[in-house]
Design a protein around this ligand. Structure first.
Ligand SMILES: C[S@@+](CC[C@H](N)C(=O)[O-])C[C@H]1O[C@@H](n2cnc3c(N)ncnc32)[C@H](O)[C@@H]1O
Length: 275
């Protein structure tokens, strides 16, 4: 048994989804497995298309085609393939007129959102824009928190707006801020259940998964280790007071890593707030 190995020229290698498949028939099999899981999830969302399997299959195909042209090829500290695929599919299906992205990092998420929603107004906020690689010429950038008065959103139609929270700030705080400002549709990244809270640096505590977990008693102390440091967090009742009451729909998207073996997803979750 022997395997033929060929070194690809740099530009050819850059244009591939790597690691990945080169034989279309196997790629189709992989996509079919992704679509089975994704269409089942999408079918449970309020904006589910009439035929989730066919719609999701077309979007997965489109995203695999787009991904090699991503301007941020090393997105360490930001979204990987699986989170990006979910972000693309959900943003396209929600089809918002306005998008607020909180937590921009190198700009990869903005690129995904722009590919999903070419006509949308995009506002991208980060407390530092020094890592930006992809700059969307039609997006408005703010180097501050999205609640800063400089981030002018008063003309936005709240019923057609989507917020993507990927900033490692408390999910309870972000839900309250969105509710007070009349926003209803949002996606939250890094929504880790308490038993895997160590999986990201600076988790957005308390996460939605913790807030929705009725078996997790407020008052308990949560401690974990990561990168040779130990962390401790007291889960307080006042931190989550009233948060679950304003959530109409909560859904954590399934991790696609067991299917395609790319890095584990970050618990990207859809939230619809009450009117
Ligand atoms: C995980 S990265 C964002 C990744 C990006 N959305 C992507 O898809 O690749 C988190 C970012 O949140 C930013 N951040 C931290 N505090 C923030 C805040 N209060 N408002 C907005 N962004 C914040 C950090 O500076 C960092 O760039």
């Amino acid at each position: 048994m022997s395997v033929e190995i060929v070194n690809l020229p740099g530009d050819e290698a850059a244009a591939l989804v790597s690691p990945g498949l080169l034989w279309p028939a196997l790629q189709a099999r992989l996509e079919a497995r992704l679509v089975t899981v994704m269409a089942d999830a999408v079918g449970q969302l309020p904006f589910a298309p009439a035929d989730p399997a066919a719609t999701v299959a077309a979007l997965v195909r489109e995203f695999y085609g787009l991904y090699p042209s991503r301007p941020v090829t090393d997105n360490k500290g930001g979204s990987g393939f699986n989170d990006s695929l979910w972000l693309f599919v959900l943003a396209r299906l929600i089809a918002p007129k306005h998008i607020l992205e909180s937590g921009v990092h190198k700009g990869h998420g903005t690129w995904v959102l722009r590919r999903a929603c070419p006509e949308a107004d995009i506002v991208s906020c980060d407390i530092t824009l020094k890592n930006l690689i992809y700059h969307d010429e039609n997006a408005r950038y703010f180097e501050c928190d999205w609640t800063d008065p400089r981030v002018e959103l008063s003309t936005w139609d709240r019923s057609r707006s989507l917020i993507f929270f990927d900033d490692h700030i408390s999910h309870a705080q972000r839900v309250r801020e969105a509710k007070v400002r009349g926003f209803r549709l949002s996606l939250f990244d890094d929504n880790l259940p308490v038993e895997t809270i160590y999986a990201t640096g600076g988790p957005p505590l308390p996460t939605l998964a913790m807030i929705m977990d009725e078996s997790l008693a407020p008052g308990c102390e949560i401690a974990w280790t990561r990168n040779a440091k130990s962390y401790k967090y007291r889960y307080k009742a006042e931190d989550i007071q009233g948060v679950s009451d304003v959530i109409d729909h909560y859904f954590m998207l399934p991790d696609l890593a067991p299917i395609n073996r790319y890095s584990a997803g970050s618990g990207l979750s859809f939230v619809q707030l009450a009117e």
